[in-house]
Design a protein around this ligand. Structure first.
Ligand code: ZN
Length: 442
């Protein structure tokens, strides 16, 4: 079993992965709540109950702990983290010590409900290496039509049993791999934002995610073959990313332009064959797009070539940006907040000139860092393809027009400086989109 290192000061006290971890959970419960006599209640769905919950219930009872009947969501149809389900869990979890047995959705629902009820934390038994959200503070839940990160503390204990993880549909593991690979261009975005003074690099959070990232992502073919070491690495990578977010109280260490693409597509409610692609699958395409953009702007052009390209290009005006917001989100519930975010962060007049100069001045230094940071586009695409992750627009139900459309849109929704903003500031969004377009056709 491996106990993962956790930086001090975080909510989470134990994060463990390995063989026979399930058997250890009764001990973790006793150690986490030493004087607590409240009954335990497992929350699972039909699938996670079958692969882990039922056995865990028996292990807890055999250990002499008081365990109430589980709260089970049905195995089918798939359900999402929607706020009414938090309301539904309130009554069953009141006066209990909750154990979430599942992946992202169940964990997020229990995380938020536990917080709303004022319960002293919960334990998460992870059933798939699918998300970095196990260990993060906050739950991604749809409320009032909007996917939001609702505040709530991370679980006290996260336990993952290799045998359980191995039973997850491989699609979920592949999605987790893509969500971890996203940290590569997300790191690139942080370099860019740091260079232009928009988000100083935090060395501690950076190290937690980036120090071992390439190693965690190595050998996807072994992950596909079910290798336990690769599963452990993936799980550790996702867990450490969540810890980095807990540490910084911000998702910057884990998320850049690639996640903004994914959020935008969610806002447009994209579907493939009638079904929303998973978070990790949308992020896979966003990760490839962001890698392509960073390569195109920083690695395929010298600073002189970039300077020549932008020499006569106009600066983005408030008027044009306003029109872009209307084109992209006009008539939706997101329109007004996007307008505010976009216009607030748009540099105007002398500030726009200075920003463009700063981007050119720092271009060579950032390029040097990106050369070491990025997994080259072709290699990343091959890795995703080998795992069954989507690699084209069509794979997630989109048409090629979405490239330009959402590249403008993704820069509107968060006050987070990424390659999207750098391209807007340089005036090259259309040119660069044109250059990478062909790589995303099937
Ligand atoms: Zn993610």
């Amino acid at each position: 079993m491996s106990v993962l290192p956790i930086p001090s000061g975080l909510q989470t006290r134990l994060c463990i992965i390995g063989d026979d971890v399930l058997q250890e959970i009764p001990r973790f419960v006793r150690e986490t709540w030493p004087n607590d006599t409240l009954p335990i209640r497992i929350v699972a769905d039909g699938n996670t109950w079958r692969v882990a919950g039922e056995k865990l219930q028996m292990l807890l009872q055999a250990d002499g702990l008081v365990v109430d009947t589980p709260y089970l969501f049905p195995a089918e149809p798939p359900f999402h983290a929607e706020y009414p389900l938090v309301e539904r869990l309130r009554e069953p979890l009141k006066g209990h010590r909750p154990i979430a047995v599942g992946s992202g959705t169940i964990n997020d629902l229990v995380k938020r409900t536990t917080f709303e009820l004022g319960i002293d934390g919960y334990l998460c038994c992870a059933t798939a290496c699918s998300v970095d959200g196990y260990t993060s503070a906050g739950a991604a839940i749809t409320k009032d039509g909007l996917k939001q990160t609702l505040a709530c503390p991370a679980p006290l204990v996260i336990a993952a049993d290799n045998a359980v993880l191995a039973t997850a549909p491989f699609e979920m593991t592949a999605a987790g791999y893509a969500d971890l690979a996203a940290k590569v261009p997300a790191g690139g975005d942080w370099f860019i934002a740091d260079a232009v003074g928009q988000a100083p690099l935090n060395p501690v959070a950076w190290g937690m995610v980036q120090k071992n990232l390439q190693m965690w992502l190595e050998a996807p073919e072994e992950l596909k073959a079910g290798d336990a070491v690769r599963f452990r690495n993936l799980f550790e990578g996702l867990a450490q990313t969540g810890f980095a977010m807990q540490y910084m109280k911000d998702s910057r260490p884990a998320s850049g332009a690639e996640h903004l693409y994914s959020h935008c597509w969610e806002m447009r409610d994209i579907r493939k064959d009638g079904v929303q692609p998973s978070h990790g699958f949308k992020v896979a395409v966003g990760t490839l797009l962001t890698t392509a953009l960073q390569e195109e702007v920083y690695l395929k052009m010298t600073t002189d070539e970039l300077s020549a390209l932008v020499a006569d290009l106009p600066y983005l005006s408030e008027e044009v940006r306003n029109a872009q917001v209307t084109e992209f989100l006009g008539g939706t519930i997101f329109e007004e907040s996007a307008r505010k975010v976009s216009l607030d962060k748009l540099p105007k007049g002398e500030a726009a000139v200075a920003r463009r100069e700063l981007l050119l001045d720092t271009h060579a230094a950032v390029a040097e860092k990106l050369r070491k940071q990025l997994i080259p586009f072709d290699e990343l695409k091959a890795r995703f393809a080998s795992l069954g992750c989507p690699t084209s627009f069509e794979d997630i139900g989109l048409t090629p027009e979405y490239l330009r459309f959402t590249t403008y849109g993704a820069g509107m929704i968060r006050n987070r400086y990424t390659i999207h903003d750098a391209m807007l500031d340089l005036g090259i969004t259309d040119i660069i989109c044109q250059r990478i377009q062909d790589r995303f056709a099937r």
